[in-house]
Design a binder for this molecule. Structure first.
Ligand SMILES: [Mg+2]
Length: 101
């Protein structure tokens, strides 16, 4: 979707924290799909006929893209973010294996 003159600060194309609103929007969409997954008791076939794995795939991709844009457009420390991400990812994997016994 193209930006236009009505887009405000915090949107893609602005000078003030560009991409902030998109990160929030995409995070909300991922939360919505996760809520549907919980509401369906973990089943992936949603009552509206959609497949929740397909929707999760789309929204995770959307959020990752929004975060990547946000990091680049705001000149954040991508290397430090990647290092932090790797540490957290390893921690989550370790917790997962511990909790599964
Ligand atoms: Mg989306």
């Amino acid at each position: 979707m193209a930006t236009d003159a009505h887009d405000g600060p915090y949107s893609i194309g602005s000078d003030q924290w560009p991409g902030t609103s998109r990160v929030i929007e995409e995070a909300g969409e991922l939360i919505q799909v996760l809520g549907k997954l919980i509401g369906a008791g973990g089943r992936t076939a949603h009552w509206d006929g959609s497949n929740l794995v397909d929707r999760l795939t789309e929204e995770i991709g959307d959020l990752r893209a929004a975060l990547d844009f946000f990091i680049a457009a705001n000149g954040l420390a991508a290397q430090a973010i990647n290092e932090r991400s790797q540490i957290k990812s390893a921690q989550y994997t370790e917790w997962h294996h511990q909790n599964r016994g």
